[in-house]
Design a binder for this molecule. Sequence first.
Ligand code: UDX
Ligand code: ADP
Length: 474
Amino acid sequence: MKKYDIRKICCIGAGYVGGPTMAVFAKYCPNITINVVDINKKRIDDWNSNNPLNFPIFEPGLDKLILSFRDKNLFFTTDLEKSISEADMVFISVNTPTKTKGVGAGKASDLKWVEASARQIAEFSKSHTIVVEKSTLPVKTAETIKNILSSSQDISSVDKKTFSVLSNPEFLSEGNAINDLQYPDRVLIGGEDESSINALSNLYLNWVPEKKILKTNIWSSELSKLTANAFLAQRISSINSISALCEVTGADIKQVSKAIGMDTRIGRKFLASGPGFGGSCFQKDILNLIYLCNYYKLDEVANYWKGVIDINNWQKERISKIIVNNLFGNVSGKKIAILGFAFKANTNDTRESPSISICQDLIEEGAHIAIYDPKVENSKIEDDFKKLNKINFEQCRVNWEICSSIQEAALESDAIVVLTEWQEFLYIDWKSLINSMRKPAWLFDTRSCIDHNKAKNVGFNVWEIGNSVSINKY
Ligand code: UDX
Ligand code: ADP
């Protein structure tokens, strides 16, 4: 069996996956030079900034790693050609959002960036290159990559280019990425060429115990990633569906979650009820699964998974309606403070954040929205609103503002809606906040993360997800 010696790695895509993953590779593979490339020059400049606050991604522990290894064995560059041509192994970590038009729109992933990457690898690589799929991809994407790569193989040329394609899905969860990357539950490597699989596996062996490295065929690896995300999302939709039942029956979702989570067959993780799952993966991956099932005429299976997304959308709509109903069925002209715009705490990512659609609903109802998030940049919030097709961005611009503190958002507002479980929201001085608000003042805690007694004691009417008894009667 051949043995591939990996000295240089290129990672295409310096985003939420590429950046943190390569930082951890750099830490544990000091003898390997890693070039992270991106077509977005601003992103690369930000990664190269001397001020960690300018890094494009906020991720606990990431800044330390970047500052330790950048310009030693970790480089951020826009020089794609050089980075690919020198690399023994190329990771594809580009974005794969759901298609918005054309065949499979609204379901299939848009693979144009993956395809572009494969073409770039085909063009610039020299000799043998191991190509690793890192992005979350639909099953059988490796085949597309292989086809593109093999069509570039010039048999007549002296410098024969050869390729092996591996699937090595990333299971990191944002906000906990560095920990997940350093101590993964498992590393999955799918492929056909044993030498290439071993080359990648040897890199991981620098920090991951061998028993955690799982080698499978390429399709199992791709499908496992979709399935893992679908199962996790399903748990959230399951618990969110029960939260609605708790609110009408007098049960408390936290108590129910605890009780069922103590059953070792169920387990306690991923049972926190909230405003619905967000993030770049869950919805996209389930949509991919649905698309795949429909393609293979497995409509019952497709419908089963569609239910997970339906409940997720319903949960978001349900919360918007609850806010409006509690504010006397009318929010027109009322100011509502939104605490948290990221799709979860400890990330500045807003992709598919429930905050986006809940804000949209409230704006449509005529409310004035004042948003505060400790990490999300203003430009990102603006971009998210611009992308909404239901509201006219220019017309609605007066209906929302971005605030730089909790106090500013809450000032003269009728209600506070907690949508992200940021730690600083747990320590709010409710007394001083309520003094600056209109009365009756409302607190809607969609994450069940606030100490309600403190808020109630100073006069708030509190609504908490999955809990019918939390409201103070004004
Ligand atoms: C997810 C997977 O966890 C990860 O393995 C995969 O690689 C990418 O997709 P991520 O999207 O970063 O990671 O975040 P995750 O922690 O899974 O949360 C997803 C969403 O579910 C968030 O909106 C979060 O708030 C929500 N969630 C999570 C809940 O509502 N309740 C929970 O108990 C857990
Ligand atoms: P993910 O969460 O999958 O990491 P991101 O959107 O955060 O997704 O990052 C993907 C990155 O890939 C973006 O910064 C984007 O500019 C980059 N990218 C997309 N296509 C290419 C390409 N062909 N060459 C280089 N970089 C690319």
